[in-house]
Design a protein around this ligand. Sequence first.
Ligand code: NAP
Ligand code: GLV
Length: 309
Amino acid sequence: MTLLIKTDIDRGNAWAEALAANFPELKTVNWPFDGDPAEIDYALVWQPPKGELKRYPNLKAIFSVGAGIDHLASDPDLPRGIPVVRMVEPGLTAGMSEYVVLAVLNHHRFMLDYAAQRRAKLWEEIPQVPAEARQVGVLGLGVLGRDALEKLKPFGFRLAGWSRTPKSITGVTCFHGSGGLEEFLAETDILVCLLPLTAETTGILNAGTFAKLPAGAAVINVGRGGQLVERDLLAALDSGQIGGATLDVFQKEPLPEDHPFWEHPRVFMTPHVASMTVPQTAVRAIVANIQRLEAGESLQHVVDLKRGY
Ligand code: NAP
Ligand code: GLV
């Protein structure tokens, strides 16, 4: 059994070491691989070159290093009929919830305003708003969206969520489908995007969406850069319709040096690190899944490529 690893160099070595420690029977090879393509049974990949995966005639499964599989679904030559598995593992989920809680509290407690005041050496109190007076709305009620909402519960915010299909979550007002979006947005003071990038979610954070939020709402995008129409956000920040944003993902990554987000006083940003897959812990999910398949059982967390997530 051989697994091909294609991530960045450091993480590639970390994966090879973690796999060797947890699954010694599995041979790993790093990309670029110049051996016999027929030798490869599994691929563990992040942003492989388009067309790369069709080179391996005996692939049994493709594992995405990340939760998102848009880097695979966007490959027109992705081999059909080979299961694509997204990353679901407790470390990645916990990391995202930490980031979402941090970002929500940042906006809730006016940290962008205090940062501006600090730059101006201004010592001024902004009246505190009780958590129960704010609604946090999460777009995407999957593994990550649901966990983030659970972790937000103790703070006392009003919580809402939006998904494609109906959901019922204790303590969370759930909306679904295009019909439920407007009502969801109307009461959402802090909007968190945790959607996968698909044809339907591309550009969902746009001027029309911002206009439906209460004036001064905050936007936190930790889904994918393709979901945000960046010029619409800049216009909404300038008009005050959006009071502040936390952005972890961008249309173009790395963010170009001349991009207005770098200097924008109402934008807090990070370089696509909201949650990172850590090989030492995430390896367990890969090993368990390969062992399942080799034992004749079905793989877990296989994506539906037609749906796009
Ligand atoms: P998931 O478990 O597959 O959940 C996706 C959720 O989005 C589901 O609730 C789904 O609705 C909803 N959804 C999909 N298309 C929709 C649509 N058209 N309208 C309404 N709802 C829709 O995914 P996940 O594991 O939570 O991950 C979510 C995304 O987070 C990933 O795809 C990735 O892009 C992003 N991510 C970012 C980072 C980072 O560091 N920035 C790290 C990890 C993940 P249903 O429940 O009805 O199917
Ligand atoms: C990171 O962006 C992921 O999809 O896990």
